[in-house]
Design a protein around this ligand. Sequence first.
Ligand SMILES: [Zn+2]
Length: 319
Amino acid sequence: MENIPHVRERRPRQKLLPTLLKTAPLLICLGFFGLAYLVLSSFGVLRTTASETQPTDTQEARMAVSDTTVVTTEAASTPPETTLPATTEAVTTEEPTTAPATTEPPLGRCIYLTFDDGPGRNTEKVLDILDRYGVKATFFTVGYYVDRYPETAAMITQRGNCIACHTYTHEYDQCYASVDAFFEELEKWKTAVKNACGFVPERVCIRFPGGSKTPNAKNVSDDIKARLEREGYEWFDWNAADNDKYPKGNTKNLPDADYFWESYLETIGWYVNKPNAQVIFLTHDSENGTVEILPRMIEDLLERGYTFKTLDEHPDWND
Ligand SMILES: [Zn+2]
């Protein structure tokens, strides 16, 4: 009995070795296939990992696409917004003096309101309107009327506006009879202003009756201009107007104020795309319609971003 356990113990040993020997090829095969499986599994895992990252890449790609789409959409939506500054800059290049060659800041839109042919019965109304909006203007006065309305003439300067010369008589025949005749007109104007205002501007600014290009002055205008320059005068025409002294233009027979307003809109429209426009606006304090539209005109100019100045602030002054 004692052997039995022993035998029992050995029997398995005796049987294990042959069994191992018999099954070795199988085990080797199994090991080989197991190893192969592991290797293949490893590849499988990698492939799975790759296949898992792919969607992520695709998602990123999709996001990138959507980002691009967003950018593209923005780019598509921005041109109308960017077109305006681009156009403005393109227009700016038309202003030769605003090139960045100088360090001076751009002038911006400026309006030089000029009231001709006064002083008269509407001048004080005009001054009141200007004061209401806190803006200044230049008054090209006729000496003859300065003598007749001295208090009104004085009011022009007392309220901080610029008084300027529009000859003494405004009569073409007399003003443009000769160069000397024109300068006699200027001297008479100075006397009238000295009497009314107590002083004569240090540098007198002149506007030719009818403008410097009027056919009435064609024989003498060049000589007058040369002498004005020699003697230190300024002179200015205009580049916008409300046509209040041009009734022939009112072909639709509009009421005066409506016609003036239309003319104003038309001429101020010339400068919409000129951010540094220096607009010298011709109007007359002698016309009722002008007084009527003046508040509306000033409000419109303010909305358009204009700065109101007098001609002694113009860049061409004393140039
Ligand atoms: Zn005039």
